[in-house]
Design a protein around this ligand. Structure first.
Ligand SMILES: Cc1cc2nc3c(=O)[nH]c(=O)nc-3n(C[C@H](O)[C@H](O)[C@H](O)COP(=O)(O)OP(=O)(O)OC[C@H]3O[C@@H](n4cnc5c(N)ncnc54)[C@H](O)[C@@H]3O)c2cc1C
Length: 475
């Protein structure tokens, strides 16, 4: 990160950027500024010295020119959902992409071009007008930017792989201000880096995705159970591992959501097909006697809104991630639930926290070797995530420590991964203290060499820590 900007007069930015279409917001600008520093987690709100709301690649280049000239610390905001704090900064500039939300579909080529500040709802809704869909996040107010640059898992992953596996190109502004297209045939090395570590290489002003025909409605929704059903739910997850054909997904985990605020096991079902097929596939769960059943046939564009209510904007939140392998032993899961539940129950207003076992089929993901993209979490295992929600700032470090220990324990089943398997840590769930090699594994070396090529002074340093290193040629 650039330093020595303390003497910079941030109010001069309005004049310096007056020939652009960017809007400069300063702390004295009232409500509009206060709104601009809001984030999905209150935990990540920082009072930026200036927020520059850009509208196009030229605005980004002009802002980066000032950043370079005056040595100003900065970061980039996409959808504002990361809980590591990477999209916020205290004494510096936020390049805010929230005005860049246009989506353009090419129905002939079946491609979807989304500007850098779009959220998944923008993409899902526009693509659906052409009966198309791509692999988007499971909560549709999440940003396309951060989710894609870090990898991207969604309900369609079982069929089409990760979000980055369906990324055809990016329009990216480099730290030099140069605007380039990165794809498999243009700046291919940069395109390799962008798919998993993109936050470290530039500002992506547009993503172009492969779309797929999605004419049929889908069967999806939550079934909610009391915790005494954990053994049967685990038994079903173990069966799911063998019986799914990539057209299904199963998210399941613990929480104590309102209005009852009592511990439950949430399951979120997805089947890309008819109700009859979906009900037959998930029959074991339906027969278990859920206390609530909100499954239904819905248009695909609605699918990624189903979990929105579990992911509201109030409170402090933190994601954490690990990995698990199936089959799981039900007693092991009962023990994890007891620990999670005891911690949540012993703290005030933490009941909306969740621990989620994301049983999203990985067969398509591991068709791509880990060295083919910077993303290095491809393996024969699934992601487990914690999402803690609380209100008292004095609990921040206690929660961080508890989450880390719980995820470590939950990940024990995945420690027997083969050597060429992935790292077992999804970068987009990682907390700020997770090191680069834990996220990128053997890809760190090449990433650091590419940092040296594309961002030698490490100005894009607000995400995962990568250090630019020159390529060493051994004769
Ligand atoms: C409620 C919720 C649900 C989630 N569900 C899923 C899911 O289903 N699948 C999944 O894979 N992940 C999921 N995640 C994790 C998600 O991928 C990350 O939180 C991601 O960082 C969100 O991206 P964002 O653009 O909203 O975040 P931001 O906080 O805006 O950005 C995250 C990082 O990316 C950088 N960045 C963002 N946009 C750009 C851009 N255009 N150019 C350059 N850098 C950029 C930022 O500088 C920052 O470093 C979820 C997160 C939440 C909070």
């Amino acid at each position: 990160m650039a330093s020595g900007a303390n003497s910079f007069d941030y109010s001069s930015l309005k004049e310096l950027l007056k020939d652009t279409n960017a809007e400069v917001l300063l702390p004295g600008d009232g409500e509009v500024y206060e709104k601009s520093i809001e984030r999905w987690s209150e935990h990540c709100i920082k009072r930026a010295a200036a927020v520059v709301r850009v509208t196009c690649a030229d605005d980004v280049s002009a802002t980066l020119a000032q950043i370079r000239k005056h040595n100003i610390p900065f970061t980039v905001r996409g959808g504002g959902h990361s809980t590591s704090g990477a999209a916020s900064i205290k004494d510096g500039i936020v390049i805010d992409l929230s005005k860049m939300r246009k989506v353009t579909v090419d129905p002939e080529a079946k491609t979807i071009k989304a500007e850098g500040g779009t959220i998944w709802e923008d993409v899902d809704v526009e693509a659906a007008k052409y009966s198309l869909a791509t692999v988007g996040g499971t909560v549709n107010h999440t940003g396309v930017g951060g989710l894609t640059l870090g990898g991207g898992y969604g309900y369609l992953t079982g069929k089409y792989g990760l979000t980055i596996d369906n990324l055809l190109s990016v329009d990216i502004v480099l730290v030099s201000g140069d605007q380039v297209l990165a794809s498999s045939t243009s700046h291919a090395d940069l395109f390799w880096a962008v798919r998993g570590a993109g936050q470290n290489f530039g500002v992506v002003t547009a993503f172009t995705f492969q779309g797929y025909e999605q004419k049929n409605p889908i069967f999806a929704g939550p079934l909610i159970f009391l915790p005494d059903k954990i053994p049967q739910i685990v038994a079903f997850a173990n069966k799911f591992h063998k019986t799914n054909d990539g057209n299904q997904a199963l998210l399941w985990g613990f929480s104590a959501p309102p209005p009852a605020n009592a511990p439950v096991v949430l399951t979120q079902l997805f089947h890309n097909g008819t109700e009859e097929e979906g009900k037959a596939f998930f029959a074991d769960l339906f027969e278990l006697g859920p206390v609530a059943n909100m499954t239904a046939m819905i248009p695909y564009a609605q699918l990624n809104s189903l979990l929105n209510q579990n992911a509201g904007f109030d409170g402090r939140k933190q994601f954490g991630g690990g990995a698990f392998k199936l089959p799981l032993n039900p007693d092991f899961v009962i023990q994890l639930h007891a620990e999670f539940n005891a911690f949540v129950a012993s703290h005030e207003r933490m009941n909306e926290s969740m621990m989620l076992f994301e049983t999203i089929p990985y067969k398509k993901i591991i068709e791509v070797p880990n060295e083919k993209t910077a993303f290095a979490n491809r393996g024969d295992y699934y992601n487990v995530a914690t999402m803690f929600k609380w209100f008292d700032p004095s609990l921040d470090s206690e929660i961080r420590n508890f989450s880390r220990d719980l995820l470590k324990k939950a990940s024990e089943t995945a420690t027997s991964r083969s050597k060429d398997s992935g790292v077992g840590q999804y970068g987009n769930y990682a907390t700020a203290d997770v090191e680069a090699d834990e996220i990128f594994g053997a890809n760190v070396k090449r990433l650091e060499e590419l940092k040296h090529k594309y961002d030698p002074d490490n100005l894009f340093s607000h995400g995962t820590r990568l250090t630019p290193r020159p390529l060493v040629v051994v004769n």
